[in-house]
Write a protein that binds this ligand. Structure first.
Ligand code: DGT
Ligand code: MG
Length: 387
């Protein structure tokens, strides 16, 4: 059920955050084929090329008609980020139903292996390429390399919740990969919407014991309308606008402790006060605390428990709505929010706050619409942020 009031959004904008991008595009098959090339660039570490594809794909996602030869040569050719190369690929697609470059990539063993490796939490493109260079090709070979047994995680891999661990510490990354591999048959299964909601409900019951008066919103792909999610992302805050900030402080850790005691959180990959930008560190609300966890609901009637990735993000009330917008994504939508704020408005946007550049004045939106208003943007419904 998409909102119908789209007249203020323009698909010709250079910024994703000024366009309406539905979950399923009018040109979805073309988008899927171009996305193979984009993913290949990402896996190969060719970030600039990847970004060009990401931008072009995002423009196509927002184009409101099926692309044919007539409109390709007409308005599509004039859309931002559709250069000569993209034009020829789209033309080839319209004429043949294929993009040869994309098909060639999809058939290579390197692309398949790197794609498979990066489905494991903790393995990014760089690590995936290193593993490939060692001669490893399949996830089974990765399991042997890391000496993990499927489904079995060493109790030691549960991080000491109080340890002040560094995010990029090699040992911590290796532990994360081992957890990801051992639980991969669960963690690579997508999560239906009703289970996402059940996970939020259970977590809120426990949060209420730890701290009364909190609220939360499920963000990420779920909020953009995806029927199935790869993980669950939830942003929390306290309802008290004036005292909430104090009440949220340290709450992430306390909640995770309780969920662990209750055997709902089994692993914690990362737990921290969270700084996105050094420049913001001086303010009291700068740190979004977050925990990246492995979570498992109590056994259902059939006794089956599936391990899920659940991210818990805590924001002070003043920055709750900026956190909700930031974490609702999509990644490209959020990227262009930052760019728009900077280039068009002299503002700075990220998940932990909005400020004006020239005098660092801070903005504390009281609703999601206010986030868009402060940035001088037309409100875009979450289900239209699938850029
Ligand atoms: P999926 O794969 O079904 O979980 O799809 P998403 O869109 O939920 O993807 P996810 O969970 O990786 O990220 C959710 C959104 O949150 C994404 O659009 C970008 C944002 N996000 C992810 N990680 C961070 C982070 O470390 N900091 C901030 N500010 N945003 C993040
Ligand atoms: Mg997600």
């Amino acid at each position: 059920p998409y909102p119908t009031d789209l007249k203020h959004l323009t698909y010709t904008s250079r910024y994703c955050c000024a366009r309406a991008s539905p979950l399923v595009s009018q040109n979805q098959d073309l988008v899927n084929k171009l996305d193979i090339i984009r993913r290949c660039r990402h896996l190969e570490g060719e970030e600039r090329s990847m970004l060009s594809y990401s931008r072009a794909i995002a423009v196509i996602k927002a184009y409101p008609r099926v692309i044919d030869l007539a409109n390709l040569k007409g308005e599509v050719a004039k859309l931002p980020y559709i250069g000569d190369k993209l034009f020829s690929m789209i033309e080839e697609y319209i004429k043949t139903g294929e993009i040869s470059k994309s098909r060639e990539i999809a058939e290579t063993s390197r692309f398949r292996s790197l794609s498979a490796f990066t489905t494991i939490h903790g393995i990014g493109p760089h690590t995936a390429r290193q593993l490939y260079a060692l001669g490893l090709r399949t996830l089974e070979e990765l399991e042997r390399y890391y000496e993990v047994l499927p489904g079995v995680t060493d109790e030691e891999t549960l991080h000491n919740l109080d340890a002040d661990r560094k995010t990029n510490n090699d040992a911590a990354v290796e532990q994360t990969i081992k957890i990801g591999l051992a639980l991969r048959h669960d963690l690579t299964q997508t999560i239906p919407r009703d289970e996402v909601e059940e996970i939020q409900r259970v977590i809120m019951q426990h949060l209420d014991v730890v701290q009364k008066g909190c609220r939360s919103i499920i963000v990420g792909g779920y909020r953009r309308g995806k029927p199935q999610s790869n993980d669950v992302d939830i942003v929390f805050t306290h309802n008290d606008w004036t005292l909430g900030s104090q009440k949220v402080k340290g709450l992430c850790k306390r909640l995770v402790h309780r969920l662990h005691e209750q055997e709902l959180v089994t692993h914690v990959m990362h737990l921290s006060g969270f700084h996105e930008h050094n420049a913001l560190r001086t303010h009291h609300w700068d740190s979004l605390e977050k925990a990246l966890t492995v979570f498992v609901l109590p056994a259902n009637s059939s006794g089956k428990r599936v391990y899920r990735r659940v991210d818990l993000i805590f924001a002070a009330p003043e920055v709750f709505w900026t956190a909700v917008v930031g974490w609702s994504g999509s990644t490209m939508f959020q990227r262009d929010l930052r760019l728009w704020a900077k280039q068009q408005k002299g503002m700075k946007f990220d998940s932990s706050g909005i400020s004006r550049r020239h005098d660092s004045k801070l903005y504390f939106p009281k609703s999601e619409r206010e986030v868009f208003e402060h940035l001088g943007l037309t409100y875009v419904h979450p289900t239209l942020r699938n850029a």
